[in-house]
Design a protein around this ligand. Structure first.
Ligand code: SF4
Ligand code: SF4
Length: 347
């Protein structure tokens, strides 16, 4: 199973769509449980992946090193904005199976949403990882919002030739409403169609472009997968800095997500206490979409209409991928990700 381990609730950035650090009373900024509790908890799962998370996990790089030294997880992953990459020694970076660096696409877009100079810093981190011999999966993790152009921004990151995969999440439902519907019609859905066209041309030429949502949907088409695709509440859980276990790493303040505590619960007791129901379970694309996001499904900040607007773009993306793999699909198309590496699959 996948465990997001918060190393802190603090962040060193304040991105426009996020807001930065968690309040200390919701997610304390330092670890409040003994490391022994985490060791004993993870030891009960012989297929554990730990994904370091925050806030910005590298603000507590010391704890990352401690966990990697002592906790018997099979794989390690980190989701980071990359700015503090020097805080973690090269030997720990090399031991990571997957590194997700947050970057939103072209320099102007990334710096607009994340802060001036961020784009260059992230690329510095990516080049550092390659230089020290990091051999795992390097993923560009984007947030796509109203100023983004999904085609141009994804293409830009692919063209840098440094990331193995590019993944994105839409800035929807967890931030205040914006004019999503017309942007989706005007920019996003046509952009997805153009990206699919490019992906298809590359497949026909024998090259699999690392566009993670397309690969993840293709894999689900062949093998199925959890609902939601990120595994929240099914095969993915988050451990807060005080040891509480929640179903999804952003659901830090909602009672439905609280599942237990690492000192009193075991991994086997967590699965399936919260999940996706109607209207998703009878939706025609449920097999592929899986309800998209547990948090959005439960909270529906944008109301029923906003939820449906996101469904429209999800269905469009799924349809395009299915049509594409129907015609041309080498076996590599169905093999990513090979484990739950913390990607949400459906943007
Ligand atoms: S498209 Fe919408 S209704 Fe259908 S499964 Fe996905 S989230 Fe649920
Ligand atoms: S996709 Fe939704 S449910 Fe899954 S981890 Fe992200 S916010 Fe949580």
């Amino acid at each position: 199973m996948l465990y997001f381990v918060f190393t802190t609730g603090q962040c060193n950035l304040k991105c426009r769509y996020c807001g930065g650090s968690f309040p200390q009373d919701l997610v304390p900024w330092r670890i409040l449980y003994p490391l022994r509790d985490l060791i004993d908890f993870i030891a009960e799962d012989d297929d554990a992946t730990i994904a370091f998370y925050g806030g910005e996990p590298l603000l507590n790089a010391q704890y990352i090193a401690q966990v990697m030294d002592h906790v018997p997880a099979k794989r390690f992953v980190i989701q980071t904005n990359g700015l503090l990459f020097k805080r973690l020694k090269a030997e720990y970076w090399r031991k990571m199976d997957t590194v997700l660096l947050s970057i939103d696409g072209r320099e102007a877009i990334t710096d607009y949403y994340r802060g001036r100079g961020v784009y260059r810093k992230v690329l510095e981190a990516a080049h550092f990882l390659r230089k020290i011999g990091f051999k795992g999966d390097l993923i560009a993790r984007m947030t796509i919002s109203s100023r983004s152009d999904v085609f141009r921004d994804v293409l830009h990151l692919l063209s840098l030739d440094i990331f193995d995969h590019v993944h994105w999440q839409l800035d929807v439902v967890w931030s205040p409403p914006w004019d999503f519907r017309s942007w989706a019609r005007r920019s996003y859905m046509p952009g997805i169609s153009r990206l699919i066209h490019l992906w298809k041309e590359s497949l026909e030429a024998g090259r699999v472009l690392g566009i993670a949502p397309f690969l993840g949907i293709a894999r689900r088409a062949k093998y199925g997968g959890p609902a939601p695709p990120c595994g929240a509440g099914q095969n993915a859980f988050a451990i807060l800095t005080d040891g509480r276990i929640i179903a999804c790493p952003i659901a830090v303040d909602v009672p439905w997500a609280l599942l237990g505590h690492i000192s009193t619960h075991s991994p086997g007791e967590l699965k399936g206490k919260v999940g996706i129901g109607e209207p998703c379970t009878s939706c025609e694309v449920f097999r592929y979409c899986g309800g998209r996001c547990l948090y959005a499904y439960k909270e529906r900040y944008w109301g029923e209409e906003g939820f449906r607007a996101v469904c429209q773009v999800t269905k469009h993306t799924i349809r395009e991928v299915l049509e594409c793999i129907d015609k041309c699909a080498p076996s590599e198309v169905f093999s990513y990700p090979s484990f739950n590496n913390s990607l949400e699959i459906i943007p």
